[in-house]
Design a protein around this ligand. Sequence first.
Ligand SMILES: [Zn+2]
Length: 219
Amino acid sequence: MFIDVHMHEMTYSKDSFLKLDEIVKIAKEKGLGAVCITDHDSMGFKEYAQEYTEKTGFPVFVGVEFYSLQGDIVAFGIEDCPKERIPAQDFIDFVKAQGGICFAAHPFRNNRRGLEEHVLKVKGLDGLEVLNGSTSKEACRKAAEYAKRLSLFPLGASDCHVPEKVGVCVTYFPEEIRTFGQFLAAFRKGDMKPAYYKDGAYRILYSYSSPIDVNIDEL
Ligand SMILES: [Zn+2]
């Protein structure tokens, strides 16, 4: 089952042009089984997403993309996110204390929003986003090398803010996931793989540690 684990909806991500209805419509067309809304420093979408899922039956999970002092970290399974920027390690500890999961978003993107070399210093990350739909091939490749080196789960996500990007990169989970609890459990197990959408189908990156030749700009 394919899930886009990092997406932005316009209600709480002011830089997004996407409404949830449009996200879900495109996600279904591409064959995704669930989507994750991870707005910038906000989990305000949680209640609406729950209602939406109950009403439509399509799973929408809400996490957050938190801008720590060292860079962006996506987290799930926490009640709310800190109101102020705090060190990356403090945020990871905060997530772990609540039984949540987290991964470094686009660690090597060149806009100073990734953790970069800090991924080597922090403890407790579950995964690294090795395919990000809005990040260069080189930065994705470097992230894949670090994921292997640090034995962190490799993930794929679109990080979409516009319709063209919805579901371009996603994460493959071997099991069927319907509930948020199942999502967290599958994530902790760690059998997921990054994947990308090309020519009408998803392709799974099984050996992500070899050079990534996906040209993100062409997806
Ligand atoms: Zn993002």
